[in-house]
Design a protein around this ligand. Sequence first.
Ligand code: NAG
Ligand code: NAG
Ligand code: NAG
Ligand code: NAG
Ligand code: NAG
Length: 304
Amino acid sequence: MELVAFMLVFLLQTRKMQGSVTKSKFVKQGADVDLDVKKPVVFTPDRDLFFWRVNRSLDIFRSDKNQKRTKIYPNYHGRVVVLENFSLVLKNVQEPDAGLYTAVLSGAENKLAEYQLHIQAAVSPVKLEVVSLFADSDSCNLTVTCRTDQTHLNATFECRHANCTPDGGGLSNADWSLMAFVFNFSIVCQHSNQVSETQEAMAVRQVCQQHVPKEISIFTWTWIRISLVLGLALALIFALRRRERQATRKPEGCQVLESYNMGDITKDRVRPCTLKLRPAELPKMLEADPMQVTGQNNNPLLAL
Ligand SMILES: *[C@@H]1O[C@H](CO)[C@@H](O)[C@H](O)[C@H]1NC(C)=O
Ligand SMILES: *[C@@H]1O[C@H](CO)[C@@H](O)[C@H](O)[C@H]1NC(C)=O
Ligand SMILES: *[C@@H]1O[C@H](CO)[C@@H](O)[C@H](O)[C@H]1NC(C)=O
Ligand SMILES: *[C@@H]1O[C@H](CO)[C@@H](O)[C@H](O)[C@H]1NC(C)=O
Ligand SMILES: *[C@@H]1O[C@H](CO)[C@@H](O)[C@H](O)[C@H]1NC(C)=O
C-alpha cells in the first residue's frame, strides 16, 4: 500500500515537472552537469545580450553577437565551460550550487531554458538482515530488516516455493527512499535517491533453506553443546557399568534353573557348567567363586 502511494506521488511529480518549462535536474554531488541551451541563440538588435543566471539574479556568463562583451563572472571562473552553442557545463557541483538556472536573451526577457538543479550525495549502503524465519517443507515466513546509516525498515514476507507476499514496503522522503520487495525470486533491500542506488539481495530459496538467524543459531549451538556433553557423560557411564558387570558376571550355564520336589527334599536343578576359560582367566575365576566351578562335582543330579 505504502509502495503504491509512493509510486503515485512519484508519477505525479514527474508529470508536473514535464508539464512546466522549468526542468528539474538531479545531480550527484561532485559531478559535472550539462545545462543545454535547448534553442539556438539568435541575436537581434533588441535582444543583443545572452546570459546564464542563477536564482534569477546572479550572473554566471554573458555574451553578445560578436563576442566582444563575452565574460564569465568572477564567482564562476574555472567552474564553468560554455560551449559554442552557449550550453553551460557546471563542474564539480556542490550543495550550494543548487538553484534555478536560466538561459535568457536580454530585451523582452526571452527565456531559452530553465533548470531547477538539485544536488544530492550518493546514498549510503543498505544492509539486509533476516531477523526471524519460520520454514517448513513448502512455506517460509520471514522478516527482514533493511538498514541504512540513518534509518531502518522491517518487512515480513510469506513465501511458498519462492513466491512471496506481500510485496514488502517502503519509507521515503525528499532525499531518499528505502524499500523492501521481491524481485526475481530474491528479497531485495534498496536504498536510493535520484542520483544513486544501493541494494542488497538474498535468494528466497537460499535464505529459507540455509539461512539461520543469529538468535536461532546461538540457541541451536547451546543445545548442540549440551547434547554433546550429555552424550559423552552417558557413554562414559555405560562403559563403566559394562566393565563392572563383566567383572562380576557368573560363568554361563551355572545358574540354578529350577527347583523341584523329590519326596520331602527340595533340590535345585543346575545346568552343568561347561566353562570355556582361557588359561589366564582360570586362576582368577577359581579364586573368585570356587563353588561355581567345582559345582560340577557336587551336582545334585549325580547324587541321585
Ligand atoms: C549544444 O551542444 C551540445 C554539445 O555539442 C549538444 O549536446 C547540445 O544538444 C547542443 N544544444 C543545442 C540547442 O544545439
Ligand atoms: C539559490 O537559492 C537557494 C535558496 O533559494 C540557495 O540554497 C542556493 O544556494 C542558491 N544558489 C546559488 C548558486 O546561489
Ligand atoms: C506462514 O504463515 C501462514 C499464514 O500466517 C501460515 O499458514 C503458515 O503455516 C506459516 N508457515 C510457517 C512455516 O510458519
Ligand atoms: C523492527 O524490528 C525490530 C525488532 O526486530 C524492532 O526493534 C524495531 O522497532 C522494528 N522497527 C520498526 C520500524 O518497526
Ligand atoms: C535472476 O536471477 C538469476 C540467478 O540468480 C540471474 O541469473 C538472472 O540474471 C536474474 N534475472 C534478472 C532479470 O535479474
